[in-house]
Design a protein around this ligand. Structure first.
Ligand code: ZN
Length: 352
């Protein structure tokens, strides 16, 4: 079985929302959601980016917004910014859950902090977890918290989830929409880029708007990476990357992880699970053409999205790889998409 290292999952959010049941949710598994330890092992899931994501307070219109995504066009309003003092406790809790997963899994899961550790996990079958923060609400303008989180193992950071932060602005969930939806990075955001470069923390451009993307591209000395985004030329969602952005990523030797959300895969943008392999293959073909074989991977968004029913949860990964093989991708390319390209870009970003 080809191991799959994946660009994005939201399992930590499930633990954050129901911490008393984390044993059942993760260790024993109960067949809910997309990820748990037994299903990861069964699927050859080699690990990936585990997102520390902070949910906004519930909005009475949440259900209606979700419903509107089933039938584009739609444009969801963005939740308000979460202040630093309200963001730190849940961020610490989510980070704690990841550290608990490492402790409680009896050696099955390891938080990786450098490229050698990641390669060793891929070689020996340990599930490698990259600590990722999706939205920098828990970091203050002084950036001191960034250094604290880095010392605790943070190796990847999205300056924003779609909600605004003191660092920048994300795209609202909208279809059809360009990703050019607002202003770029703030001065604090520009300092954040420089400190992430200095620490070797990967900057994740998924969710950032186009002006912010351009600012990171102008400032950063690391490869440009979008962990879980698709091709705007195939599906014109605000969350997907235009050909111009893909060309900029290619220029830096960067990387894009294919998002499994039907909302960002289906050309018609509809949020319905009755979706085949064909749309995933169209995005992969486009990304490979735009970026080259060495700069595309997977970024499932497991436990954070509605996946095609043909794929389902993590145990669908081997079926996805079979579909790639039937589509004509050879073994070397499938291994690059499944894990080698992530290994390469992280080694270059983390600088060892
Ligand atoms: Zn996301």
């Amino acid at each position: 079985m080809t191991p799959v290292f994946d660009g994005h999952n939201d399992l930590l959010l499930r633990l954050l929302l129901d911490p008393a049941r984390r044993d059942q949710i993760f260790l024993t598994g109960e067949g809910k959601g997309h990820l748990d330890l037994p299903r990861m092992k069964a699927a050859g899931f080699a690990g990936g980016f585990f997102a520390i994501y902070l949910p906004s307070p519930p909005d009475p219109d949440d259900a209606a917004h979700h419903k509107s995504m089933e039938t584009p066009p739609y444009r969801l309003p963005l939740p308000e910014a979460i202040p630093f003092d309200q963001a730190v406790p849940p961020a610490l809790a989510a980070m704690g859950h990841l550290m608990w997963m490492e402790r409680a899994s009896g050696g099955a899961v390891k938080i990786v902090r450098d490229a050698d550790a990641l390669d060793a996990c891929l070689a020996d079958g340990t599930i490698a977890a990259v600590m990722h923060m999706e939205g920098a609400e828990a970091i203050d303008e002084s950036l001191d918290a960034l250094h604290v989180f880095h010392a605790a193992g943070l190796r990847s950071l999205g300056p924003v989830w779609s909600r605004p932060t003191i660092f920048g602005h994300g795209v609202p969930f909208a279809y059809p929409s360009s990703p050019d939806t607002g202003p770029g990075l703030t001065d604090a955001g520009k300092r954040l880029v420089r400190d992430c470069n200095a620490l070797g923390v990967m900057l994740d451009l998924s969710h950032l708007n186009e002006a912010g993307f351009n600012d990171v591209a102008a400032l950063s000395d690391a490869p440009l990476v979008a962990t879980h985004s698709n091709a705007h030329a195939v599906t014109p969602s605000s969350r997907n990357l235009t050909d111009r952005q893909l060309a900029m990523i290619r220029e830096t030797g960067g990387m894009v992880g294919l998002n499994f959300s039907v909302s960002f895969l289906r050309p018609d943008g509809q949020r319905i699970a009755q979706t085949g392999w064909d749309v995933m293959l169209r995005h992969l073909d486009h990304l490979i053409e735009a970026l080259g074989e060495d700069h595309v991977g997977l970024g499932s968004d497991y436990d954070g999205c509605l996946t095609p029913e043909i794929l389902g949860d993590v145990t669908g990964l081997p079926h996805l790889l079979d579909a790639l093989s039937r589509h004509g991708y050879d073994r070397a390319l499938i291994e690059k998409l499944a894990h080698r390209n992530w290994q390469s870009v992280l080694r270059r970003t983390w600088r060892g």
